[in-house]
Write a protein that binds this ligand. Structure first.
Ligand SMILES: Cc1cc2nc3c(=O)[nH]c(=O)nc-3n(C[C@H](O)[C@H](O)[C@H](O)COP(=O)(O)OP(=O)(O)OC[C@H]3O[C@@H](n4cnc5c(N)ncnc54)[C@H](O)[C@@H]3O)c2cc1C
Length: 496
């Protein structure tokens, strides 16, 4: 700040000098002219010529000094803000040119919540995660980490850990539910790094969650803390908990999932919409790749249902997601224990390889799939939403966790670059359009996967074939625009 004040004052004086010099120089040129073009007109008297040259030289020096001062003062501001944020746990607001001690409260310790805490920790911003469960316990299921999410994991320096727990699929395959015929093949292993700048990886949810948790210290997380409401106190936000305790912070982030209490506190109660889909999830352990499950992400498309299978844990387990349409959800709860028998009965008649895989399932859970329409706002005052709390979506583009991780990276960086209100406004403006598009596209995919009429199925499969012949990256999921996005290249303008 001091440096910029000094440089501003000097630049002001230099600017005055320069304008008077400029007047003098142009007067010289007008009256006696020919120093620059000696053949035209009469030459200047010698003493004026010498003075004229001295002025030109002086002007050159002033311009040079101005440039050096500009560069030096910007460097000083940058170095100072870095030092301040490293040593005192504060961020520097470039707009108000003030340092701000920042404390962030995160409600919910799912993948989105712990990803944000990891980003904030790296930025030296104090944060605390409040999780209603007594301990972390991610469900036994896999998750596809598409290149857009992997770019962030790499930017956080977690790539080696990610590679140690993941499986790299060869391709995404679209298969006929009964015959197993491949309808499309989008290569992944050999193309993703080249086309989108990062690989496509499959992981177990608990392993991914654990990578983020390992970036935190035990004091960063409070378990058994169920948030019941939010209030504002001046320029602070306060989270209220079931046991009567409160937590005051500069920013509160609701990362508390689809049934978010923070969202209700901000925008009122609105039930999530049952989408008419039920979903079974299970993980089958194996000793490396087996001959009846190819090393791909296989989408088996059938009438009013589809199944996705892929390897996780470096090929030592197979994840199953089996979705079937149902007019009503059967229970108040949205997750229920199910059984191998129920899974096999629902998908009776499907390809023998799937039946063989289903017959080995141990624990299996049944989910009702809910979503919401995109919200027109995520934040109020010092409180905002992230992940499923902000944009719950159907899993048909495999993007819910990926979007939560993108949110976390953009929000964490914005908070490190500016004061709370500007950061929240930037975060929302950057993230809402993208997540809304993904939410709506995921819904559409459900319709195409589950077509029942023979003619519609024939038309769809033909279009997969034609698109695959033209460009295999643009067939099937048609998700290259999702994978292309790079949250690590999104920067809040420092003057915003
Ligand atoms: C079948 C299926 C398959 C999927 N496959 C993929 C995939 O391949 N790729 C992908 O990217 N995504 C996938 N997803 C989506 C992904 O699982 C979610 O979008 C993601 O987990 C959302 O993370 P989150 O942190 O926002 O919310 P959650 O994971 O729901 O975490 C919310 C956390 O908040 C806690 N909490 C809730 N209420 C409170 C409260 N009041 N107070 C304190 N704590 C609270 C909860 O206990 C929980 O720990 C899939 C989803 C489903 C259903």
């Amino acid at each position: 700040m001091l440096a910029s004040r000094i440089s501003n004052r000097n630049i002001f004086r230099f600017n005055n000098d320069i304008s008077s010099l400029d007047v003098f120089i142009s007067n010289c040129k007008e009256k006696w002219y020919t120093i620059l073009e000696p053949t035209e007109g009469i030459g200047m008297p010698l003493n004026i010529q010498i003075f004229y040259h001295i002025c030109l030289l002086y002007k050159g020096f002033i311009v040079l000094f101005q440039k050096i001062f500009h560069i030096a003062s910007s460097l000083l501001v940058l170095i100072r803000s870095r030092l301040v944020s490293r040593t005192h746990n504060v961020v520097y607001d470039f707009a108000s040119k003030r340092k701000i001690a920042m404390q962030v409260g995160i409600i919910g310790g799912g993948i989105g919540g712990v990803a944000l805490a990891s980003v904030l920790r790296q930025k030296q911003i104090a944060c605390r995660v409040f999780e209603r469960a007594p301990a972390f316990g991610e469900i036994g299921a896999g998750v596809q980490m598409t290149p857009n999410a992997v770019k962030i994991i790499r930017a956080l320096g977690l790539m080696a850990q990610m590679e140690a727990i993941s499986f790299t699929p060869h391709a995404v395959l679209g298969r006929n539910w009964k015959s197993g015929r491949v309808m499309w093949r989008t290569p992944l292993m050999e193309t993703c790094q080249k086309l989108y700048g990062a690989p496509f990886l499959h992981v177990h949810r608990a392993d991914l969650h654990d990578i983020f948790v390992r970036q935190l210290s035990p004091d960063d997380v409070v378990f058994g803390a169920r948030c019941t409401g939010i209030r504002h106190e001046g320029d602070k936000a306060v989270a209220l908990f079931e046991d009567g305790s409160t937590f005051k912070a500069d920013v509160i982030v609701g990362a508390d999932g689809i049934h978010s209490a923070v969202r209700t506190a901000l925008f009122g109660q609105e039930a999530a919409r049952f989408t008419g889909h039920m979903c079974w999830r299970a993980v089958v352990p194996c000793n490396g790749v087996v001959d009846y499950v190819s090393p791909d992400s296989s989408f088996w498309l059938g009438p009013a249902a589809h199944v996705v299978t892929y390897y996780i844990r470096r090929g030592n387990a197979i994840n199953i997601v089996a979705v079937s349409e149902a007019p009503h959800w059967v229970d108040e709860s949205w997750t229920l224990p199910s059984s191998r028998e129920e899974l096999m009965a629902t998908f009776a008649g499907w390809h023998p390889n799937l039946q063989r895989l289903f017959s080995q399932v141990g624990d299996v859970f049944k989910w009702g799939l809910f979503d919401r329409d995109p919200l027109s706002a995520w934040s109020k005052g010092r409180v905002t939403l992230l992940g499923d709390a902000a944009h719950p979506m159907l899993p048909f583009l495999s993007q819910g966790a990926a979007m939560a991780i993108e949110d976390a990276y953009v929000l964490g960086n914005a908070l490190a670059a500016a004061g709370a209100e500007k950061a929240l406004a930037f975060y929302e403006a950057e993230r809402r359009p993208r997540t809304a598009r993904v939410q709506l596209e995921a819904r559409k995919r459900g319709e195409t996967y589950h077509l029942s009429s023979r003619f519609d199925v024939w038309k769809r499969d033909l279009s997969y074939l034609v698109r695959g012949l033209i460009n295999p990256q643009k067939t099937g999921l048609k998700a290259d625009w999702v994978y292309d996005y790079d949250a690590t290249a999104v920067h809040m303008p420092i003057t915003a």
